[in-house]
Design a protein around this ligand. Sequence first.
Ligand SMILES: Nc1ncnc2c1ncn2[C@@H]1O[C@H](COP(=O)(O)OP(=O)(O)OP(=O)(O)O)[C@@H](O)[C@H]1O
Ligand SMILES: [Mg+2]
Length: 255
Amino acid sequence: MSGEYAVHIENLSVHYGQTPAIMGVCLDVSDGEYLGIIGPNGGGKSTLLKAILGLIPISSGNISIYGGNAHKNRSLVGYVPQFAVLNRKFPISLLEVVLTGHLKQGLSPFFRYSSKDEESVHALLERVGIESLANRQISELSGGEFQKMLIARALATNPKLLLLDEPTASVDAASRDQIYGLLAELNKNMTIILVTHDLLAVSSQVTRLACLNGQLVYHGEPELTEKVVNNLYSCPVDLIAHGVPHRVLRDHGEE
Ligand SMILES: Nc1ncnc2c1ncn2[C@@H]1O[C@H](COP(=O)(O)OP(=O)(O)OP(=O)(O)O)[C@@H](O)[C@H]1O
Ligand SMILES: [Mg+2]
């Protein structure tokens, strides 16, 4: 492909009030790429995803999605927000939530879902492993089940680009493996950007890695040097090196 970028970001800065959250970020994501984004709490990872989605105003710079602006190409993007953003008290069933993924902007609230939509949603629920919970109220789902529901919802529109903000933060090990298996399969025909604190996942999953700490301190192969990690987390590397495989941490201090 002649270098069409899924996401092209030039010199992006975002402020909340006077406080900068991200500064001067330049980042290109190629079509078909699987990009992992890591960084400390407050490093601006969620802010970056929201800026890509056009959910928050940017202070300066430029973002394009498949060559168009965020609003124009929003329908190409699926989004799994960071856990606990949605109001779980809202009386709605899991099936209904996932079906809302099919609602296009501007449709009336009385729009009826087609039985074809419902069929494809059931197939999605099966894929994510929660089909038996379709008629549950969302307030009665466990954290991990809720998270899987959000993934199914993001997939309902069959996006070209999928943004996930810590999708495995509250799921057990088996579910985490299941989600990563699903993402790897989806990546065969979908561009994925995954924000995670799970450095193990980064090693086995992604094709590219970005490290964000207000600024983009690294962008490249999913292999980190001690210097980059120290720079990123501003703390001794052995704090996070525990259990991190060598593919991620190339220059392991103790070796
Ligand atoms: N709505 C907001 N209003 C004001 N400040 C905000 C807002 N959202 C985020 N921030 C601040 O912007 C900075 C970046 O936040 P962001 O949520 O993007 O970090 P993050 O990398 O996603 O962190 P985490 O790993 O904890 O999810 C933080 O300092 C945060 O306090
Ligand atoms: Mg976040």
